[in-house]
Design a protein around this ligand. Structure first.
Ligand code: AMP
Length: 215
């Protein structure tokens, strides 16, 4: 659980490598659908570009099929669930498969810092890698190191959309933290997303190690 721009995507990719997990990002999956230009993709795009959440029934369906297609031992869910309804649907699907969540990571950061961070963010529309104009520059200006594609400012990373996304987070996603906190057998880790990506990863890995997870 994490407001936009607190570093969720960056940390998720690092953790995936470090702990040999499979990364399932609802944002990436929805963006791929949008980029494919299907009817569903066009509808999704209207919500995403406005900084709003895609309706629960659509996201739950898309993620349910991604989850069943990726039933590897270790999964890292990034950006899902984002509402209590989605969390309940995820519980149901996991229970039906005889599985359960092990750890929930809650990462927070100051809204002013978030707006600053996002305004400099540039993404690769092809492989999804994320850069920053000041803190995480590609080797060649404006071009993805991995696949050579021209980087873009995502529509939903524009400042006014970021403010809308922060509001959506407070209203719809924060209640999911309360839904999970205190649940028997589920560990909830709190991390401050204000530091550099490296410092945040260090603190996150230390907290996971305290729980006996990871290397
Ligand atoms: P992200 O890359 O995770 O920040 O997601 C980008 C956008 O995709 C969000 O602002 C939402 O419009 C949409 N989205 C991603 N995940 C979800 C979700 N679990 N529920 C609803 N909308 C989502």
């Amino acid at each position: 659980m994490c407001p936009p721009g607190a570093g969720k995507g960056t940390q998720a990719k690092q953790l995936t490598d470090r702990f040999h997990l499979r990364h399932l990002s609802s944002g990436d999956i929805l963006r791929a659908e949008k980029a494919a230009g299907t009817d569903l993709g066009k509808t999704l795009g209207q919500y995403m570009d406005a900084g709003k959440l895609v309706p629960d029934d659509v996201v739950v369906k898309v993620m349910a099929s991604a989850l069943s297609a990726n039933n590897a031992a270790g999964l890292l869910l990034d950006g899902f669930p984002r509402t209590v309804e989605q969390a309940k649907a995820l519980d149901d699907q996991l229970a039906a498969a005889g599985k359960a969540l092990d750890v929930v990571v809650v990462m927070d950061a100051d809204p002013a810092l978030i707006v600053r961070r996002i305004s400099g963010r540039r993404s690769c529309p092809k492989c999804g890698r994320v850069y920053h104009t000041e803190t995480l520059k590609p080797r060649k200006d404006g071009v993805c190191d991995d696949c050579g594609t021209t980087l873009v400012l995502r529509e939903d990373d524009r400042e006014e959309v970021v403010r809308q996304r922060l509001e959506t987070y407070r209203r719809q996603t924060e209640p999911v933290i309360a839904y999970y906190r205190g649940r028997a057998g589920l560990k909830v880790i709190d991390v401050d997303g204000a530091g550099t990506p490296k410092a945040v990863l260090k603190s996150l890995a230390a907290k996971l190690a305290e729980l006996g997870l990871g290397s």
